[in-house]
Ligand binder design. Structure first.
Ligand SMILES: [Zn+2]
Length: 316
């Protein structure tokens, strides 16, 4: 699953290429993309409702909280958003109508932008001649396995900003201005669960997924099964700090992939794999002490740690 850095990379690309453009038509190729993991059944007429609610709206910005991404749309009342889950294999492609259609294209957003508008991104999608009317292009959502999701939602206020209504329970992520480091550490100290599970609790802090939780615990030298309520506050702060640093590192690696003619980003984290020190390294030597990295399951999630660098908590 894509985690915060991967979703942020996609968001930046989509924002760069589409902010300021108007959706002239939203075309659903495969209605299954409108379903969610909890609601796979698609209501009759869902495609029409989806298309109708988006037609004519302007893309103001591409935004993200944690692993959730959405487009904030202008000229609608109430204010609407296009919520996007990349799922396992979702990706956006910004292309022209003449470009070949990928066989796993699930939806097409036909976009139009007045040339000479206030658009400041570097992308131009390679269409339209300067001074000859609006530039027309398409943002296509390609998803091979259809674990992704597209949905239109009203915006609602939560943790200091407007977010899609279904995501108001998600806490601010560490890269947001609304993120309060000390308050999150305070709440962490009250958790009576495995620390790894607490880090994955999206109502506490969003955007820390399985990969970055393992990396953060390794960097801070804290055992994934440590009980936060029985762990020194400074240790918890160190883990949270490590999570923020490792995500910043991943962003730096992922933030450079948008100089091609179109956005072609799937949320896979492959580009950061070589920098991972714990996650996915079960059976390999620890880079610090050469002890074998161990894989266990915590809260149903594969968890990797060094039993020497991340000592078992003594109270267990
Ligand atoms: Zn070690």
């Amino acid at each position: 699953m894509p985690e915060l850095p991967e979703v942020e990379s996609v968001r930046r690309g989509v924002h760069e290429w589409t902010a300021g453009a108007t959706i002239t038509r939203a075309e659903v190729i495969d209605p299954r993309i409108l379903g969610t993991t909890s609601q796979r059944r698609i209501a009759v007429g869902a495609e029409e409702t989806f298309s109708r609610s988006l037609a004519g709206l302007r893309i103001v910005s591409a935004e993200r909280r944690g692993k959730f991404m959405w487009l904030t749309l202008g000229e609608s009342d109430p204010a609407l958003s296009l919520l996007v889950h990349l799922g396992m294999s979702g990706q956006f492609r910004v292309q022209t109508a003449a470009d070949e259609m990928h066989k796993h294209t699930r939806a097409i957003f036909h976009l139009e932008r007045e040339l000479g508008s206030d658009f400041t991104g570097s992308g131009s999608a390679g269409v339209g001649d300067a001074g000859r009317g609006p530039e027309r292009f398409e943002m296509r959502f390609v998803d091979q396995r259809i674990f992704g999701h597209l949905g239109v939602q009203p915006l609602a206020w939560s943790h200091g900003r407007f977010v899609p209504a279904s995501t108001t329970h998600i806490a601010a992520d560490p890269l947001e201005p609304a993120f309060d480091f000390e308050a999150v550490v305070d709440r962490l100290t009250a958790k009576n669960t495995a620390l790894k599970s607490a880090l994955l609790d999206q109502s506490l802090v969003s955007g820390i997924g399985n990969i970055y939780a393992d990396e953060a615990l390794f960097r801070a030298g804290v055992h994934p099964l440590a009980n936060p309520s029985r762990t020194r506050r400074s240790r918890l702060a160190s883990v949270l700090e490590s999570a923020i640093l490792v995500m910043h590192d991943a962003l730096q690696v992922g933030g450079t992939s948008f100089d091609s003619l179109y956005v072609n980003v799937n949320g896979e984290s492959g580009y950061f794999d070589r920098a991972l020190l714990a996650y996915g390294r079960g059976g390999q030597e620890c880079v610090r002490c050469s002890t074998e990295i161990v894989r266990i399951t915590v809260g149903g999630r594969g968890t990797h740690f060094c039993p020497n660098c991340q000592k078992s908590p003594r109270y267990r």
